[in-house]
Ligand binder design. Structure first.
Ligand SMILES: Cc1cc2nc3c(=O)[nH]c(=O)nc-3n(C[C@H](O)[C@H](O)[C@H](O)COP(=O)(O)O)c2cc1C
Length: 191
């Protein structure tokens, strides 16, 4: 019974990356026995080793435990000047701890990116992958990478993405992540 943690790299209320994550959640929920768990960027305080030494905050402890209990993590990130937003880097710093045995150590992580432009934030993906690899996570190979261009326009008022081509790409990402945790898709992943 795979449990997949989901994390949007944007705080924005009408975020297209959060819409990507919401769509991925729907796809995963169609899979028999598959559980999802939402991870909120705001749960992580600014990383501070003094706070960490004192045991973290209630929020950081709770969310780290939720990620630790998952079999895999899926992130959708915007590109901010070509890099993941600072809040996402901050969350990943928390999840890289403790040193040598961090929360995401050995965990398969699938990556998507979304932007209002045509490239769909493609340039953020190798940078995000590098941070994850340095944190001990195992980035799930997804070829070609899942990038959602024109994403702000594609977001529906319900906060999901129904575009058929994007949906097919997100299904492919989900299938790759499920395969990485040894729990291949149990049903066709259709919208
Ligand atoms: C500080 C900042 C830097 C940005 N840099 C990029 C960029 O390098 N590439 C890009 O495609 N979009 C860039 N954008 C535009 C974001 O892709 C856009 O705001 C996007 O909608 C954010 O994702 P969201 O819809 O999930 O909030 C930037 C936006 C901000 C606020």
């Amino acid at each position: 019974m795979p449990k997949i943690a989901l994390l949007s790299g944007s705080l924005r209320r009408e975020s297209s990356n959060t819409a990507v994550i919401a769509t991925i959640r729907r796809i995963l929920e169609q899979q028999e026995g598959c559980e999802t768990v939402d991870i909120a960027l705001r749960s992580f305080p600014p990383f501070d080793e003094d706070v960490e030494r004192a045991g973290g905050t209630e929020g950081s402890r709770a969310v780290a435990a939720r990620v630790a209990a998952a079999d895999a993590l899926i992130i959708s990130s915007p590109a901010y000047n070509g890099y993941p937003p600072g809040m996402l880097k901050n969350a990943l710093d928390w999840l890289s701890r403790p040193p040598g045995g961090g929360v995401v150590k050995g965990m398969p992580v699938g990556i998507a990116s979304a932007s209002p432009g045509r490239a769909g934030g493609a340039n953020v993906q190798p940078r995000l992958a590098e941070i994850l690899t340095n944190s001990g996570a195992v980035v799930v190979e997804c070829a070609p990478p899942v990038t959602v261009g024109n994403a702000v326009a594609l977001r529906t008022p319900e906060g999901i993405i129904t575009d058929a081509a994007v949906h097919a790409d997100l299904e492919r990402l989900v299938a790759d992540v499920l395969a990485a945790v040894g729990a291949p898709a149990t049903a066709p992943v259709t919208g």
